[in-house]
Structures are given as C-alpha cells and as structure tokens.
Design a binder for this molecule. Structure first.
Ligand code: UDP
Ligand code: MN
Length: 340
C-alpha cells in the first residue's frame, strides 16, 4: 500500500501547539476541543505581543552534564511528567521557549522498538537539554510493530511525514534513542540549507570518544526540511542493522550538498559534540547491506519519502512525546520481511 495514496485520517484534532492555541483549545475527556465563549461562539484569543528574538547563544547553557541512567530509571514517571509539564512541555512532547522568540523550530525524530528504558532516559534528559538551548521543538517517536526486521531509515521517514502533518518544522534531528549529547553547547540549531550536519562527533562506546572518521553519518543527523525532501529522505530498503546511514550520506553528496559536523571550524570546541551511549546488545548486521549500498543510485528517485509504505496504527500525544506506531510495508511488495 502506498502511503501517499492511502493516508489514514488523523484521529486527533490539532493539538495546542503554542500559547495561542492553548487559549483557544481545552482538553476534555482526553481530547482537545475548541473552547466556547459564554455566547457559544469559538473563543479566538489574540496572539501575544511579539517577543524579542533569542540571543545567538542561550544564556541558560550549563556546559557538561553528568548523565546517570541509573538515577533517571529510579524516578517515578508521574513525578517526571508533572515537573516537565511545569517547565512548559505540552502534550505530545512539544515546547515553546518562554523568554524570547526562538530562532529554531525543530523536530526530533526517534526510531524505536522495545527500548522502553532508553526512551525514559532519553526524554528525561533531552527535554531540559533542549530547553536550555531556547529551542521550540517537538519529540516524535516513530515506533515499529513486532514481527518484522527493524528498519531505522523507513522509521525516520515516517517521523518526518507525520511531523509535517502536525506542525511546521524548519529542520529535523534524526536521533538514535541511545545517544545523549553530553554538553549543551552542542548546538541543536537548524543547519543551513545545503549543509546537513552530522551531530555525533564521538561516542563513549566507540573507542572511548575517538572522533569518528568522515564516512560515518549515523547516530544523530540534522537536515533542514527542504534538504530532507530534496534527497527523498532515507532509503527504505535497509531491513535489519546497518547501511541506511551510509546511504543517507551518499544521497547528500549526490545532491551536491556539503556534509558538516557540529562546531567544525571551532577546533577548540569540537569535542563538546560528544555523546554518551546507553548500553544494549549488539544487533546482527544485515548481510546484504553492502550490496544495497553499491546500488544506491539506481533507487534514488523512488526509494525514500516517495514510496514509503506503512500503516499508522496509533498516534498518541503522550505527556513527553508524540508516539506514532506503524506497521512498515515494502513498497509495491507489501508485507515487511519477517524477523527470523
Ligand atoms: N532501535 C530500536 N530498537 C531496535 C533496534 C534499533 O529502538 O531493536 C533504534 C534505537 O533508536 C537505536 C537506533 O535504532 O538507538 C540504532 O540501532 P542500534 O542501537 O542497534 O545501532 P548501533 O548502536 O549499533 O549504532
Ligand atoms: Mn545503539
């Protein structure tokens, strides 16, 4: 089934995405409804006075952080959710900077299946991190159903498409759930058009923070919505572990875009873009990933956002994130390859 032809209707009315909407919408019986004034007409609030633009570097940065997954995992969900709501996180994991007008409106897309603990740590850590950078953002988790081989690239494409149905984002951060930026000076600002940014300079798990060579484009990557559309998103054909991130870099270069790294041009700061990895069992690499990669140009035009095929099974505004549960399909072939 082709996604563009068979897009199921959005089950939720537009959520309150800004203080403006908050005044117009109200949550009753778990759903958002337009508020009515006493005379029965819809209550249309005036948008607030325009705030000043945020400064180029946020005054709220604290630098290096100490990430302890053990500590976070002991925290109670309802307490964390209440604290986050108090800090301004809206249902669906949306946030709008309060003190100034943010320069960036970003979507964080996280591919997921069976990583409940990682997701808990990720959300608890990333919300305050992004808020300290004075960003407007939403966290969108694209979750794959059981039974089939995991497909990271297709899930990123799902996250991109679904996010665009919800709001207007300038750029997208495609983000593994187990990569946590250790210093909030690592900028989650939008890259320029034509300059996709690889965020993961180094990882705790990989050679004790040895900088990654230039061919690596996995972990966390940032592209403007325009650029991601131009390259037709990730490839959808990489079922199982590996290849889709290398394919993305090839697509970027094929379209004559310049891959960049966070803080390159600032050699004394570049190590701030390092990440802590949460531990997990290593996945079995896909045996056909090299072959698929060699043939990437043959597929460029169709394989990606254009032929993405999936069925959306749920769209939920969770307190700390938007959850999109999908059953992925193979374009034109139907059912996704099963896990052995
Ligand atoms: N992932 C997941 N469940 C899986 C496999 C992967 O949620 O069963 C997601 C998760 O966001 C993870 C990312 O895909 O961080 C990359 O996969 P993985 O961690 O296996 O890759 P590696 O650590 O080897 O780079
Ligand atoms: Mn991992």
């Amino acid at each position: 089934m082709c996604m563009t032809a068979m897009l199921p209707p959005l089950m939720l009315p537009k959520p309150p995405s800004s203080p403006f909407y908050q005044q117009v919408y109200k949550k009753t019986d778990g759903e958002w409804h337009a508020q009515k004034s006493k005379d029965g007409s819809s209550r249309i609030a005036r948008p607030k006075k325009r705030m000043q633009r945020c400064s180029l570097v946020s005054p709220k940065l604290i630098g290096w952080t100490n990430i302890s997954a053990e500590v976070i995992l002991k925290e109670k969900d309802d307490v964390v959710e209440r604290k986050m709501a108090e800090s301004g996180v809206e249902p669906g994991g949306k946030y709008q900077t309060k003190e100034c007008q943010s320069r960036n409106k970003i979507a964080i897309v996280v591919p997921l299946r069976n990583r409940t603990e990682h997701l808990k740590v990720f959300l608890r850590y990333m919300h305050p991190f992004l808020q300290r950078q004075q960003l407007d953002y939403a966290i969108i988790v694209a979750e794959q159903t059981e039974g089939s081989l995991f497909n990271r690239g297709a899930l990123m494409n799902v996250g991109f498409k679904e996010a665009q149905l919800l709001d207007n984002f300038q750029c997208f951060f495609f983000h593994d759930v187990d990569n946590l930026p250790e210093n909030d000076g690592n900028p989650y600002t939008c890259p320029e058009d034509g300059k996709p940014r690889h965020m993961t300079y180094s990882l705790s798990r990989w050679n004790n923070y040895k900088p990654f060579p230039g061919w690596y484009f996995g972990g966390v990557t940032a592209l403007t919505a325009n650029d991601f559309q131009k390259i037709n998103g990730f490839s959808n054909v990489y079922w199982g572990w590996g290849g889709e991130d290398d394919d993305l870099l090839r697509r970027i270069k094929f379209h004559k875009m310049t891959p960049t790294r966070a803080l390159d041009g600032f050699p004394s700061l570049i190590a701030m873009a390092r990440y802590k990895t949460l531990t997990h069992k290593k996945a079995e690499p896909s045996p056909i990933r090299h072959k698929l990669l060699r043939e990437y140009t043959k597929r460029l035009k169709s394989d990606g956002l254009k032929d993405l095929a999936y069925q959306r099974l749920a769209l939920e505004l969770k307190p700390l994130y938007t959850r999109v549960l999908v059953e992925l399909q193979q374009p034109s072939k139907g059912k996704a390859p099963a896990r052995s």
